[in-house]
Structure formats: C-alpha cells, structure tokens
Design a protein around this ligand. Structure first.
Ligand code: HAM
Length: 444
C-alpha cells in the first residue's frame, strides 16, 4: 500500500503552497530569455533512445547508467529525456529551422529524468530551464549565453554564484589531449572503476567526471586540456573572456571542467554555489559546434546552458530570497440560503469573466462556516447575499483588511465591484495608508 501513497524515489510533488513559486520562476526565466531573443520551444518528454546515445554520448554516465529506457508496445526503444538539448536539436532539424534567419534562439522549461542516487539537489525527476542558440559561431554568442545566465541569477538577487569557465577544444586539438590522458590513466589503470577502464580506449575524457571518489582523485592530477588546445580554440577562448570582461561578468578559469555530456566543444561553463551542499552546480552549459551535423543536419554551430530548477529553488531558500506572494482571492460571495447561492453563482460568473478571482459556496456550508472559510482563504472582500439583498438589488461588500463596507448594486455587479475596489484603493492612497493588498490582485 505504501507504494500507492508514496511518490517514486527521487521524485516529488509540488503542492499549491509552493507551485506558484515554480510558475513565477519559470515564467520569469522565459521572459528574461525573451529579452535576449530566446523563444520558447516545447519538445516531447520522450524521444527515441538513439537520439540520446548519439548526442549525450555512449560512454557518458547519463547514457551508461542513468537513462529511463523502455520498449514501447510497438517495439521501439524509448527514453525519457535526461536533458533538454538533444530534443531541441532534433526539433531544429525536423522542422528545418536551420533555414530560418540565424541565430535561432530557443528556450525551454522541461522535466528531465536520470536514474541517479537521490540526495539533496539530485533527483530522478528534475526540471531544467534551458536555452540553445543555433547558428552563431562567434565568441560573442558564448558570452551572450553566459550573460543571460548571469542576468537571471542577478534578477533573483542571487549574488554568491561563481562562474567557472574552461575550453575543451575541438575534435582536432582533442586528439593530442586524449593521447596524453590515455597515457596518464594507463599508469593508474588498476585503481580505476570498471566503467572507467572501459572508457580508457573509447573516450578517456569521460574518466575526468566519473563520480567514483577514487577515479576523481586520480583525475585531479591528470593533464589539463587547456595545455593542449589549438591556436584557433585558444583565440576563441581569449575572445570569450574579453567579451565577459567587457560586460563586467566575473569568472574564474577552471581547467578541470569537462562537463558530463559528450557533445561539447570549446567553451564550457558552470555556475557554482557554496550554499546548497554537494550538488553545487546550479547551471551548466557550453558550445556544441558538432552536434547538429552529427545528428544528420548541416554544419551549424551552437551553444547553450541549462539551470536545474530544484537546485535554483534550494538556492533561493538558502539565501532567504522571497518571491512575490501569489495573488489572493479578490471576493467571496457568501449566501444565506439556496436561492441566494444561485445568485452568488451568477455574480461569481460575471466577475470572473472580468478577471476577478471569486469564490462562492459549493459545499453547502452554513453562513458562519462560509465566513470562516473565506477568512482562512485570505480573501480581500466578502459579500453576504440573502433574500433582502436580492430583493433590494444591493449587497454590502466588506473589505477584510479594514472592515469597511460599501453597498454595491447587483445590476452590472462586475463593473460596480471593480469600480468600488479601485475607488477604495485610491481613497486609501490619498489618506496615506495605502494597503496594496486591497487592490484587486487579479487586475494588477
Ligand atoms: P547538465 O550539467 O547535465 O547539462 O545539467 C544542467 C543542470 O541540471 C545542472 O547544472 C543541475 O543544476 C541540473 N541537474 C542535472 N542533473 C540533476 C539531477 N539529477 N537532479 C537535479 N538537478 C539536476 C545539461 O543537461 C545540458 N543539456 C545543458 C546545456 C544546454 N548545454 C548546452 N545547452
């Protein structure tokens, strides 16, 4: 039975007391992205497994150990997306978006699935806000994408993040580096985990981000890619740094960042915090110039990043950063009898059409219980309808913040109610004790 009433390990519910924060964060990130020219794309939660094998990479932890893969009833191998980039690239190709004016800038909010060992900040279902910029090879694009990440963190008042950058070169300069890595790890081969032993020949860079403490200890002294990158990649990296300097974005070069996914080329970066424990990378990204072509498209350079939204929210909490409260319910129309409740339904329908958040009784409560409920819900105004009010065509609307009551005609109730609340806000403002919460939340 416990299985029925407990969410699967590494997943969680977002209850109404929190979900408004997610909504605010997601829509704000998309809006800031829009200011940088990124337009929202939505791609399916599952894709053909082959897409992730080919993009994220066969020798990555994600593909080797963490994907939720299953055969569907048609016998196809399907995988729940472990990240957002592959689906965005697939959609970019499928819809011929490379024929549109470049750069093509896409943004998304998506759930992701990785079979990892759950701990604080590491989940099996998590969410990413991500951006992907296609068709811009210049260092300015890398810097702009990083600037967007920084802008988002700044907007929310998160000022303790460290931006770490590195260049992992191109396939050309990586050949020498991989040879150096093979030589180094070969001399430690007995201590490597079984997965990394298998990676040594195929993709020794993957050993650098193995999560096993022994492998990562050995990786700490491995040769650094920055000592091997070619002149073009070095010039690109220097130029990215110049742009960041010009934009006043502080960074440190961390030559150990290689990222856990295979598609990266040249610039890679992470925003790291000391405030949320071991899972300290809140945002990761970089350039991936070869991926579009690798998946069968034209040669289109690209770069992007993804913020882990659960880690982002942990960070907000750790830093004590408050988000705007959810809009309160504007009006509760209580009723004294069945006939009045039908009128309440009619009035609620009218005001809701004008954008007013309004409730009436759908439980069959006594008047006293209705008022208690309205109080608990924190509504801004209440009105009590009875036979007299309906006969006279007027109801008293009470402001719950200060107890003042104003008669409002039932004819054209929506307009009258809205005018009343605006007049009250203006009056309050004029007498200097403005209570912003008495202005209709939904109308602001
Ligand atoms: P990633 O570094 O694998 O990159 O993930 C990005 C972010 O997702 C991480 O920095 C972290 O905040 C969050 N994250 C990853 N795994 C988990 C997890 N198990 N639980 C909670 N949060 C997690 C990518 O996914 C790339 N697609 C980013 C990118 C976009 N690169 C270019 N464009």
């Amino acid at each position: 039975m416990a299985l029925l009433t407990k969410a699967a390990r590494g997943t969680g519910d977002v209850l109404p007391s929190v979900s408004y924060k997610n909504r605010f964060i997601e829509s704000t990130m998309l809006e800031i992205g829009n200011n940088f020219g990124f337009k929202e794309i939505r791609t399916p939660v599952f894709e053909h497994t082959e897409l992730f094998n080919r993009s994220v990479g066969e020798t990555t932890d994600v593909v080797q150990k963490e994907m939720y893969t299953f055969e569907d009833n048609g016998g196809r191998s399907i995988t729940l997306k472990p990240e957002g980039t592959a689906g965005a690239v697939r959609a970019f190709l499928e819809h011929g978006l490379f024929n549109e004016p470049m750069p093509m800038k896409l943004a998304y909010v998506t759930p992701c699935y990785r079979y990892e060992k759950p701990q604080a900040g590491r989940l099996r279902e998590f969410h990413q806000f991500g951006v992907e910029c296609f068709g811009a090879a210049a260092p300015a694009a890398d810097a702009e994408v990083i600037a967007l990440g920084k802008h988002i963190f700044d907007f929310f008042g998160i000022d303790d993040l460290r931006l770490e950058i590195n260049s992992i070169g191109c396939p050309g300069c990586r050949k020498n580096y991989q040879a150096a890595l093979r030589e180094y790890f070969n001399s430690n081969i007995d201590d490597l985990c079984e997965t990394c032993k298998g990676r040594l020949d195929r993709n020794p860079m993957r050993i650098l981000d193995c999560k096993s403490p022994v492998c990562s200890g050995i990786a700490g002294n491995a040769p650094k890619i920055l000592d091997y990158i070619c002149d073009d990649c070095q010039a690109h990296f220097d130029s990215v740094k110049k742009y960041l300097d010009a934009m006043g974005i502080e960074y440190t070069v961390n030559p150990t960042i290689v990222r856990g996914l295979d598609y990266y080329t040249r610039t890679v970066f992470e925003f790291v915090t000391g405030s949320i424990g071991a899972q300290s990378t809140v945002c990761g990204g970089g350039r991936y110039d070869g991926l579009v072509e690798q998946l069968g498209g034209p040669s289109v350079p690209a770069c992007g990043f993804a913020v882990g939204l659960e880690r982002f929210m942990m960070l907000l909490e750790a830093r004590g950063i408050e988000l705007p409260a959810e809009n309160p319910t504007d009006l509760y129309i209580a009723s004294m009898n069945d006939e009045a409740n039908i009128k309440a339904a009619e009035l609620a329908s009218q005001v809701r059409q004008e954008g007013v958040a309004c409730l009436f009784d759908t439980v069959g409560r006594s008047l006293k219980a209705q008022m208690k409920f309205a109080n608990k819900m924190g509504v801004l105004y209440t009105a009590v309808l009875g036979t007299d009010e309906i006969a006279n065509g007027v109801v008293n609307v009470k402001c719950m913040a200060d107890g003042t009551e104003v008669p409002v005609a039932l004819e054209d109730f929506a307009v009258n109610f809205i005018n009343m609340s605006i007049n009250k806000a203006v009056d309050d403002f004029n007498v200097g004790d403005v209570d912003v919460s008495s202005v209709l939340g939904g109308l602001l």
